[in-house]
Write a protein that binds this ligand. Structure first.
Ligand SMILES: Cc1cc2nc3c(=O)[nH]c(=O)nc-3n(C[C@H](O)[C@H](O)[C@H](O)COP(=O)(O)OP(=O)(O)OC[C@H]3O[C@@H](n4cnc5c(N)ncnc54)[C@H](O)[C@@H]3O)c2cc1C
Length: 484
């Protein structure tokens, strides 16, 4: 779509949301300035080339449920992203299952006695929930009333605490409602019945590791077909989008420091920053921000910010460390990725199985994802995290120590928004404070403080660009502080 009127637009943050917004603005005829603090674009989807290989911040697959978005993506990268067969696993109670786990898998993994306890507890909480009309306050309430206390204790409680760094009691109810889909209870009872038939040999056992129907999946499934580029994964997307932005007269700045946004009344009028030792000052018609909310508010130069800064301190992120290991073996796992529940890492991916070319030939790469706090020793001491991850890989018999050729550590501070009990209140305060500025839009995983995938942040970016092109103000478009 071509803009009704060409504008000068500054885009903050060069992850998927910001880069996609900048690209769409540039091809619509606007003058765009994309500002990114890191040396490379990509944000959470970034890829680092180290020696001969590409190391990703956790392997990323492109997928979407939107045909127009997929068509646009395919036309930008014709033949470059190939479809990958979905094969995810989870190790649970010393057995591997297809992921997402189904209720049947859990029943198989738990054994007869625990299953019976889970069943009794589930019936108890289902009946109690119906009689009492419970109002869920925390993620723990939701999980107990949906799955029963026993299954909550054996399956969810410790794992959630390990991954998120807080007990499910400290997480808002919406965390469990959004992240963990409701079980179809009649389906569950049918499966329990089948399990008891199996246990007493009334019917032939099905093979373990089979997937169930969509509705009993334990988390929101990844939508649509999966796509990957064997020459560096997501790296290719940012390389191409940056070159398209520039060829349409736009500008891309990396290693940007010290953002200062000047405002007059309800409008941002100017952005100043340092880049590679040079000071820049740009006037602007609009600002689209995909940087964390705290960074955005910090950059806005107005004196009355104390209340809002207190709210910002209350919304927290879980950080991510990815340990990339070059292994002298042609293949380690059969799956694209495997989830682990009791090791130093939560997830292990082998990008060669996605199609990534690895050098030298005959070697593979493993990416181990560790979630932690920025205050943890693991975050500060690379040698410690390397030692723990390699130690676990060797103990689990996944690799041998002498097969390790290279080890690299990648990090991101803002990997996972943590939905603490009171986060909706604080987020609403921040949103309403930002809504006073009619030409500052906050989008993306960071700008909306949402746990969303690439295709969702791309759609947010497209929506803002559509409204800017149509010359609609935020109020006219009926939006609050963000667009989605
Ligand atoms: C381990 C992992 C695996 C994932 N796998 C998938 C997958 O397979 N498929 C999928 O669709 N999604 C996946 N996701 C989600 C996906 O990574 C995100 O949805 C997407 O990258 C978010 O993009 P964004 O632009 O909204 O945010 P970000 O990528 O976080 O971008 C924000 C950008 O702002 C920059 N920035 C911050 N502060 C400043 C500042 N002061 N000045 C300038 N720039 C600044 C940051 O450096 C960053 O580049 C995964 C996420 C993780 C953590």
């Amino acid at each position: 779509m071509v803009a009704e009127k060409s504008k000068k637009i500054i885009v903050l943050g060069g992850g998927f949301a910001g880069t996609w917004a900048a690209y769409n603005l540039a091809v619509s005829g606007h003058t765009v300035f994309l500002l990114e603090k890191r040396p490379v674009l990509g944000g959470l989807s970034r890829v680092c080339k180290i020696n001969q290989n590409y190391y990703e911040l956790g392997s990323h697959l492109f997928h979407t449920d939107s045909q127009p978005l997929l068509d646009k993506f395919q036309s930008l990268f014709p033949g470059e992203f190939l479809e990958v067969e979905r094969f995810f696993r989870i190790k649970f109670n010393d057995q591997f299952f297809r992921y997402p786990l189904t209720m049947v898998d859990i029943i198989r993994g738990l054994g007869f006695k625990t299953n019976l306890q889970c069943f009794v507890s589930l019936v108890f909480y289902l009946v109690k929930g119906k009689l009492k009309k419970v109002k869920y306050q925390t993620a723990e309430d939701v999980l107990i009333y949906r799955f029963g206390k026993k299954l909550y204790t054996v399956f969810f409680e410790d794992y959630i605490e390990k991954f998120w760094g807080v007990h499910p009691r400290q997480l808002d109810a919406s965390f469990a409602i959004r992240r963990i889909s409701r079980l179809d209870v009649s389906d569950f009872f049918k499966k329990i019945f089948v399990f008891f038939q199996d246990a007493f040999k009334f019917r032939r056992k099905a093979s373990p590791g089979t997937t169930g129907s969509q509705k009993d999946k334990f988390i929101e499934p990844v939508v649509g077909k999966l796509f990957y580029n064997k020459h560096g994964g997501m790296h290719r997307i940012f390389e191409k989008l940056a070159s398209e932005i520039k060829s349409h007269g736009g500008h891309v700045f990396t290693e940007v420091r010290g953002l200062h946004m000047g405002v007059q009344g309800e409008r941002a009028t100017q952005v100043a920053f340092e880049c590679l030792g040079e000071h820049h000052e740009l006037t602007c018609d609009e600002v689209i921000s995909s940087i964390p909310l705290s960074e955005l508010v910090k950059s806005i130069q107005i004196p009355q910010k104390k209340d809002i800064e207190q709210n910002l301190e209350k919304i927290r992120y879980r950080s991510l460390i990815v340990v990339g290991i070059l292994v002298k073996r042609s293949s380690v796992m059969p799956s694209l990725l495997t989830y682990y529940r009791n090791l130093s890492f939560n997830r292990l991916t082998e990008p060669k199985n996605y199609g990534l070319e690895i050098y030298p030939k005959g070697c593979t790469i493993l990416l181990a994802e560790v979630s932690c706090e920025k205050t943890d020793r693991l975050w500060q001491e690379d040698d410690l995290v390397k030692k723990q991850v390699i130690g676990d890989l060797v103990r689990e018999n996944i690799i041998q120590e002498e097969e390790v050729l290279e080890v690299h550590v990648l990090k991101d501070e803002h990997a996972y928004p943590v939905f603490l009990n009171d986060y909706p209140v604080h987020l609403e305060q921040i949103a309403s404070w930002l809504s006073q500025f009619e030409n500052i839009y906050s989008i993306g995983r960071q700008g909306m403080f949402q746990y969303v995938n690439q295709h969702v942040v791309m759609k947010m970016a497209e929506k803002v660009v559509e409204n800017i092109n149509a010359n609609l103000t935020k109020k006219q478009a009926g939006q609050h502080y963000y667009y989605y």
